[in-house]
Design a protein around this ligand. Structure first.
Ligand code: FES
Ligand code: FES
Length: 158
């Protein structure tokens, strides 16, 4: 066992786990943060999409020892706090467009969407159709059309 510290949804946390354990298991099994979903475990489905220092990452593919004490991990549970509201504008857009079907993929979809808006803003532009095509989060229920519409709305309010 070894000790690992990082910032999770605005609070410093310390866990004792074997080095090399993937961050997704630390979040879900040790810390009880279950918004990031376990789909494939091999960085393919993107159901676990969360943010590290504001950028999208898939915690199923990140060993906990690669996370530094000052790294800020944000999951869907902490997303609204980043804008100090009850819901993040992207979550509101998801409701407006009634996106979710079973819901399993949706936390990851929303986190990917927010990270995408931030990325294109840093590049000084708006989201393009190619950007939307580039989102690789899998939805078994096929909500892709509504996801694209919601991202467009969420972008306007971010
Ligand atoms: S569970 Fe992380 S990408 Fe599939
Ligand atoms: S809403 Fe069911 S997997 Fe996406």
């Amino acid at each position: 066992m070894s000790s690992h510290t990082f910032v999770l949804n605005g609070e410093k946390v310390t866990v004792d786990v074997e080095p090399g354990v993937r961050l997704l298991w630390v979040l879900r099994d040790v810390l009880g943060v279950t918004g990031p979903k376990y789909g494939c475990g091999i960085n393919v489905c993107k159901a676990c999409t969360s943010h590290v220092n504001g950028k999208a990452m898939n915690p199923c593919s990140v060993p906990v020892d690669q996370i530094s004490p000052d790294d800020e991990i944000t999951t869907i549970e902490g997303l609204a706090d980043t804008v100090e509201k009850d819901l993040h504008p992207m979550q509101e857009a998801w409701i407006e467009h009634d996106v979710a079907q079973c819901g399993y993929c949706q936390p990851g979809q929303i986190m990917a969407a927010v990270a995408l808006v931030r990325k294109v803003r840093e590049e000084g532009r708006a989201i393009s159709e190619a950007d939307l095509d580039g989102i690789r989060n899998i939805c078994r229920c096929g909500t892709y059309t509504r996801i694209r519409e919601a991202i467009r709305t969420g972008e306007q309010h971010m």
